[in-house]
Write a new protein. Structure first.
Length: 132
């Protein structure tokens, strides 16, 4: 009897321990792709334009200036809007500009510019869309 009682106690203790143990944990999947600095709201606009590498500079106050070379890559003028988000070193949004409208002459090099009014800006993301 003592042996069956001991076996029963062992089984109950094992079941209690297994039932109280925390379940497995899962870590988040890392995103291997970083966000692009220049983005378009449509594939058509992306195909209708040609964009060069962004030029970054700082003025004496430490404000970040962004210049993006862009042109209409088709045989007609394009009217586009653009807006810029600026991020600090940790990736937090510190400023988002209003939408600006610009006309890109057909097949003519041009550029757009934006500036962050905080010296904490470390990166940016500029979005282009067809003008509304």
């Amino acid at each position: 009897m003592f042996r069956s009682a001991s076996l029963l106690a062992t089984l109950l203790l094992t079941a209690a321990i297994c039932g109280c143990a925390p379940g497995p944990t899962y870590t988040g999947r890392s995103d291997p792709y970083s966000a692009r600095q220049i983005q378009f709201t449509s594939a058509d606009l992306q195909n209708d334009t040609a964009v060069g590498a962004a030029i970054l500079s700082r003025d004496p106050s430490g404000y970040l200036h962004v210049t993006v070379p862009i042109r209409s890559a088709i045989d007609k003028d394009l009217i586009v809007d653009y807006s810029t988000q600026f991020f600090d070193a940790s990736g937090a949004v510190i400023e988002k500009t209003e939408w600006h409208t610009v006309t890109l002459p057909a097949n003519t090099p041009d550029s757009v510019q934006d500036v962050c009014t905080s010296p904490a800006a470390a990166n940016f993301q500029m979005t282009f869309r067809y003008a509304r």
